[in-house]
Design a protein around this ligand. Structure first.
Ligand code: SAH
Ligand code: SF4
Ligand code: F3S
Length: 432
């Protein structure tokens, strides 16, 4: 028994999945988890640095946590990878540091840190033994839905993005290792498998010609006990015919896709190095809507990329109007040190970003309320994930939260629900 750990996670689903594995390792080492940093012996922050805001959050949290003088304070994840030594200069009380490259070295690093030494290992490249990470089990909050990371890193180098620098080049996880984890999860009661990667559709490219992402979808689909499959994030360029075909024909694949378009103007898309035009993106959307009936699309948008004019921004709104996404994650452009867009001329003033963002949100509000209306009266299939008293909540395959009341035990079951009330991100219904 080594004591208690407190783990705080920022950032994307990949980071959440990394944290689940960190939990698994720490529990194996004999730690137990606490939700109160004041009583922790180990405080660990799994960080994100995709925009400036998460950076600031990490630093302000560290300032708070250092008041627990007894604890070993550690930082891991993307900010640790990006800042390395510089972060240690700003927070010299940090004794433990690693990144998503070397989570599997944690047992050794922990021993060093608890023996009173500095345990800092920030590598320039992922180590050779990286696949050892998969030997560790995750500890999850959700009993029925689980993330499975299938590819790490990103080769796209969009000009605004730090991810290729913090997570390195694309490395696909071997098929056998993925299937082994999927089978383990199913045995553990999981019904829904969520395949993860910053650029998940690139899976297999580095594994030889026989592996395409669509092949992985078929393989996971074959695993008995898997009821639903999701995947995040697909790059529009890599959502190829074969992936659409798999989505259209495999009943286990959820009727939802997160497909970031970032900007509507071709000039801006080119500056971003997104490798598609607005027209190509819209064409892909049409194909998806045609082949995968009722598909729910969601997206990411950046507002105020350098040199973005009023006309450019109008084109972004045009795409939103045309596609009618069920969910839009919009971000004000945040210049990231080390990326090409950081030093581009024509940075857009903060007030302009803010007002464009407000207009975008206003437009989305009306689209959301229009779209949610279509659910009223519909019968949807819900995988029930949680119980809160008499109330159950779960999701549709289109990724909408649904609440319903029942006196039966519905946890982990997929049930049919008639929707009585629909608001933009959640539905209320009755069991039928
Ligand atoms: N791999 C995913 C997303 C990675 S980051 C993809 O390619 O779609 C998640 C989102 O953060 C991005 O889609 C983008 O919209 C946003 N983002 C990334 N860097 C940003 C920056 N410098 N400023 C503002 N938003 C950014
Ligand atoms: Fe970043 Fe682009 Fe890679 Fe997404 S595809 S992680 S936005 S570089
Ligand atoms: Fe953030 Fe790293 Fe994910 S920068 S968005 S935690 S890949």
């Amino acid at each position: 028994m080594k004591g208690k750990f407190f783990l705080k996670t920022f950032g994307c689903q990949m980071n959440l999945n990394d944290s689940e594995r960190i939990r698994g390792i720490l529990k194996e080492l004999g730690f137990s988890e606490t939700q109160d940093w004041k009583e922790a012996d180990l405080i660990l922050l799994n960080t994100c640095t995709v925009r400036e805001k998460p950076d600031q959050k990490v630093l302000s949290h560290l300032g708070e946590y250092r008041k627990n003088e007894r604890a070993v304070i550690g930082v891991c994840g993307c900010l640790a990878q990006r800042m390395g030594e510089e972060l240690l200069k700003r927070a010299p009380f940090v004794k433990l540091m690693f990144s998503s490259y070397n989570i599997h070295h944690l047992p050794e690093l922990i021993n060093r840190a608890f023996a009173g030494y500095r345990a800092v290992e920030i590598l320039n490249e992922p180590p050779e033994d990286e696949n050892e990470l998969w030997n560790y089990k995750t500890v999850r909050d959700n009993r029925f839905c689980a993330y499975v990371t299938v590819i790490k890193g990103c080769d796209k180098f969009c000009t605004y993005c730090v991810v290729p620098y913090t997570r390195g080049r694309e490395r696909s996880r071997p098929l056998e290792s993925i299937l082994e984890e999927v089978k383990y999860l199913v045995d553990d009661g999981v019904k829904e498998i969520h395949l993860l990667g910053q650029n998940v559709t690139a899976w297999g490219k580095d594994l030889g010609s026989k592996h395409r992402f669509s092949d992985l979808l078929y393989e996971v689909s074959k695993v008995e006990g898997v009821e639903r499959i999701r995947f995040t994030t697909g790059h529009p360029k890599d959502i190829t015919e074969d992936v659409i075909e798999a989505m259209a024909t495999l009943p286990k694949i959820c009727n939802a896709l997160h497909l970031p378009f970032q900007a509507g103007s071709n000039r801006i898309l080119k500056l971003m190095k997104r490798e598609y035009t607005k027209e190509e993106y819209l064409e892909k959307v049409s194909l998806l809507k045609e082949r995968v009936k009722g598909i729910a699309l969601s997206t990411d948008v950046i507002v105020g990329f350098p040199t973005e004019t009023e006309e450019d921004f109008e084109e972004t709104l045009e795409v939103l109007r045309e596609v009618e996404f069920e969910q839009v994650f919009s971000f004000k452009f945040s210049p990231r040190p080390g990326t090409p867009a950081y030093s581009m001329e024509g940075q857009v003033p903060e007030e302009v970003k803010r007002s464009r963002m407000a207009r975008l949100l206003e437009l989305q509000k009306s689209i959301y309320s229009k779209l949610s209306k279509k659910y009223e009266g519909q019968v949807v299939e819900v995988l029930v994930e949680e119980r809160k008293g008499e109330e159950y909540v779960g999701r549709t395959t289109t990724n909408k939260w649904v609440s319903l009341k029942s006196s039966k035990d519905l946890l982990g079951k997929t049930v049919k629900v008639k929707v009585k009330k629909a608001s933009p991100f959640s539905l209320e219904g009755e069991l039928i």
